[in-house]
Design a protein around this ligand. Structure first.
Ligand code: ADP
Length: 490
């Protein structure tokens, strides 16, 4: 990829707010810079929405709601399917844009285009399959009709780590269900959402159905939107502390909410595991997306009998990883998103080492330019280390050892989070016991990546509420109405 390719792509990305079908400047004219985390260079200057712009975007979504809900499901479906097709045609542009603004290696960004665009195709297929039921009450005196209706105008807050997929898995089901939307993308990576919005426009999405308001004032813009009685739904993906605050704000108007919050994924390797599969799975579960994923394996919980071999083999794989700018050939680990992310990873590593962890590899930031952290393997991490309680969001493996299954389950569940767990075992009954005992919304059984548009993604405990993707995903945007009628034979 040449510098000219990058410039040509960036020159074609819209940088305004999208409100009511118009690309406009922010009220007050403020703009902010989007940076390349691998160089610190400015990629683009984007309109910085004010709270007033947030309400204008909601006005547009409210104005478009009735007509969009009344639009034939087939038509809604075809717009989504059309957008999916344009994304396939422009897959290289989308991938490069994500690598530039977020830092992930180009090959992974290309993978995210496949995964993220699939939410449009999947929900295009779901849009025409929204059904209800007709029943006879037990007394025989009445008939019950159950029907599904769009929830109404939605507000989405998305994170920076998967700039495409985190937007499409909310926008896809909402549009399929007949809801209109205001999206506030992460201020660190707004460009992919802006390009996605222009792709939906090109696919024929009517004005006002999707509105986009990048801002550096997330809290100030969000508060009046959530207070507005016309809003019906909040969907948020991000950190648990921000999610809790938003849930409290959403309580005021009793909004429907979907919350995809933090994780602290355990990665269990039993003594009967296929170690080849476990090491391959570990590399994916830990180093995909530079470790910046809520699904990233955070705690490797390994049976004492195989721990040395697992740690040695994993360390050898990690040592071979190429670190660099995501656009360079063969790079597997890019920069972290910013300097704060590097300090956070480093603080966690230092705390673990101070408490006795053994550093098998890495263990510190990489000198600039860019915000890189060296791929790191820590072994024999002590109970009580912060790294076992906190989402690392970086390329750091931390290994703890266990003696028996009961201890493994206790360690795995010893967290307030419950997003995903990974289990490596060749014993079928043990695998089934883990499905029943591990307190997570998702599990990778002998596999290191679980995300798929056809599957219900989501957590239990403080990892969130609601599910994105799968048959379940569209129901987050539908409300159930039940109607009683008398028996026609009375
Ligand atoms: P991270 O630490 O991964 O950046 P955050 O939860 O801080 O996670 O950010 C996720 C999203 O939440 C981003 O779009 C960010 O702008 C937004 N956000 C952060 N704070 C607030 C807030 N007080 N109100 C609304 N949105 C917020």
């Amino acid at each position: 990829m040449s510098v000219d390719d990058e410039k040509a792509l960036l020159a074609g990305i819209p940088t305004g707010l999208l409100i009511g079908g118009e690309w406009r400047d922010a009220a007050g004219g403020k703009r902010f810079d989007v940076l390349d985390p691998s160089t610190g260079d400015v990629l683009a200057s984007v309109a910085d929405a004010s709270p007033e712009d947030g309400i204008a975007a909601l006005d547009a979504a409210v104005a478009a709601q009735d007509e969009w809900a009344a639009t034939a499901p087939r038509k809604r479906s075809e717009i989504l399917r059309g957008a999916w097709q344009i994304m396939q045609d422009r897959k290289d542009d989308l991938a490069l844009l994500m690598t530039l603004e977020m830092g992930k290696p180009l090959a992974e960004a290309a993978g995210e285009v496949v995964y993220g665009s699939e939410f449009f195709r999947w929900f295009a297929e779901e849009a025409v399959r929204i059904t209800g039921r007709y029943g006879v009450n037990p007394e025989g005196s009445g008939r019950t009709i159950v029907s599904q209706h769009p929830v109404g105008p939605c507000y989405f807050i998305t994170p920076w780590n998967f700039p495409l997929a985190m937007a499409t898995r909310k926008i896809g089901p909402a549009l399929a269900a007949g809801c209109t939307v205001v999206v506030k993308p992460a201020e660190l990576t707004p460009l992919t959402t802006l390009l996605t919005a222009s792709i939906l426009e090109e696919a024929g999405l009517p004005a006002g159905v999707l509105n986009v308001v990048p801002t550096t004032s997330a809290g100030a813009l969000t508060e009046p939107v959530l207070k507005d009685p016309r809003l019906r739904k909040l969907s948020f993906t991000g950190s648990t502390p921000v999610g809790k605050r938003l849930l409290a704000q959403a309580a005021e108007n009793v909004l429907r909410t979907s919350m995809e919050l933090g994780g602290n994924a355990p990665f269990l390797v039993f003594d009967d595991a296929d170690l080849d599969a476990a090491v391959t799975g570990a590399m994916l579960a830990k180093f995909r997306n530079v470790g910046e994923a809520c699904t990233a394996a955070n705690r490797f919980i390994v049976h004492e009998a195989v721990a040395d071999e697992f740690a040695e083999r994993l360390t050898a794989e990690v040592e071979a990883v190429k670190v660099g700018r995501g656009t360079e050939e063969g790079v597997q680990v890019g920069p972290l998103i910013n300097a704060a992310a590097v300090s956070k990873a480093d603080d966690l590593v230092r705390d673990a080492v101070d408490r006795g962890a053994e550093v098998r590899l890495g263990g510190g930031p990489v000198d600039g330019p860019g915000t890189f952290y060296a791929p790191t393997v820590l072994d024999r991490v002590s109970a009580g280390s912060d790294i076992l309680r906190t989402e690392i969001f970086g390329p750091v493996v931390s290994i703890v050892r266990f003696q028996d299954e009961a201890e493994a389950v206790r360690l795995a569940n010893d967290t307030e989070y419950g997003l995903v767990s990974y289990v490596f075992t060749q014993d079928l009954a043990r695998g089934q016991r883990m499905i029943e005992r591990l307190q997570t919304g998702m599990m990778g059984l002998n596999v290191g990546v679980i995300s798929n548009a056809s599957a219900p993604f989501g957590g239990v405990k403080q990892s969130g509420v609601g599910r994105e993707g799968g048959f379940e995903g569209i129901h987050e945007y539908l409300s159930t109405k039940y109607t009683m009628t008398p028996s026609p034979f009375a």
